[in-house]
Ligand binder design. Structure first.
Ligand code: TXA
Ligand code: MG
Length: 315
């Protein structure tokens, strides 16, 4: 299939409305969208990514007013989080409405819903006739795409359209909070931090701290993630290796080890988050074998960066 590249949200939406797949920019990462009422386009999303069918997709809406189309009920906690963080880099897991097919939720009775805060995404979603199911626009297992060029590298010839925008401002996927159960759980850390969530709903806890042997709350978390071709080797701050081999790279906030071929020192956590996945992809193009990554402290945005680094290391 030929992949059209366009700057027009209207053109991209018009093609999507004909049952096609469209990659589009958001402030977190690029998404690969299909209309929730197009079984054919939904199947193409799974096929283009090589995504396991039991991993549910997040549904994207242009404004919070569209929530009743996709969610059947909102808990008091969900209402508080929506009024504070929508639109933004937050996904809520909610009881699904009958309009959301099980092909989107991978058989679950809940649906992940997000309303991006991004002008191009907003215009695109407004021109779409239905809510849009969209995973990150990368081949399954790879680092998420934070630029249209990264989408093109992974998915050209496999999707109908790339809606071109600037590189993603945040660079890590949305925070996910499950508001479908008796007690709200943070399933994935992101740019809306645990501290910010708890300031609005104090009872939110990270999902890791729930009962062992429980079925995984977020089906996607069991799969490999965020992995470049190079091996990822994490270290705590101040514990960088003394020296590293010739085909190695380093990213972090402090001082790189000596002998590193490519070093990226980030001035802030924001920059670390924004640059991480594009750095992984750059290292692959430069045939790097090992990427040393400094782990930031486990708080604020550092929690999300640590989470992605640890998952990439295990992949
Ligand atoms: O920032 C983001 O969230 C990006 C942009 C495009 O919106 N999307 C994204 O999608 O990261 P994806 O598919 O790469 O990750 C979605 C995660 C998966 O781990 C999936 O298992 C989880 O959300 N998820 C989706 N629906 C769920 C549900 N009903 N219950 C639990 N987890 C769910
Ligand atoms: Mg993804």
């Amino acid at each position: 299939m030929e992949t059209l590249i366009t700057d027009s949200p209207r053109e991209a939406a018009a093609i999507l409305n004909q049952g096609k797949t469209v990659a589009f920019p958001t402030e977190t990462v690029y998404g690969l969208g299909a209309a929730i009422d197009s079984p054919k386009a939904l199947a193409e999303v799974f096929k283009a990514k090589g995504r396991p069918p039991d991993n549910p997709l997040i549904v994207h809406i242009s404004t919070p007013e569209e929530l009743p189309r996709v969610a059947s009920t909102l808990s008091p906690e969900a209402k508080l989080l929506i009024s504070r963080f929508f639109p933004g880099p937050l996904t809520l897991v909610l009881p699904k409405s009958s309009a959301v097919p099980y092909a989107v939720t991978a058989g679950l009775d809940t649906v992940g819903v997000r309303c991006p805060a991004h002008p191009i995404a907003h215009e695109f979603l407004q021109c779409c006739h239905s809510p849009i199911a969209a995973p990150s626009a990368n081949r399954s297992g790879r680092p998420s795409a934070t630029s249209w060029e990264a989408v093109q590298n992974d998915l050209e010839g496999r999707i109908s359209v790339i809606l071109r925008g600037a590189p993603s401002r945040i660079g890590l996927e949305s925070t996910i909070v499950d508001c479908s159960g008796p007690h709200p759980l943070m399933l994935r850390a992101g740019a809306v931090t645990l501290e910010e969530l708890q300031a609005v709903v104090p009872s939110i806890t990270p999902a890791g701290k729930t009962i062992k042997n429980e079925a995984p709350k977020s089906p996607g978390l069991k799969y490999p993630h965020y992995a470049p071709k190079a091996a990822i080797l994490t270290h705590e701050q101040g514990d960088a290796p003394q020296e590293a081999g010739p085909a190695s790279a380093w990213i972090g906030l402090g001082t790189p080890p000596s002998g590193i071929a490519i070093a990226k020192t980030c001035a802030s956590l924001d920059e670390y988050a924004r640059e991480l996945f594009s750095f992984f992809r750059y290292c692959d193009r430069e045939a790097i074998h090992a990427i040393y990554c400094e782990l930031p402290p486990n708080q604020g945005l550092g929690r999300a960066i640590r989470d992605r680094l640890k998952r990439a290391e295990q992949s």
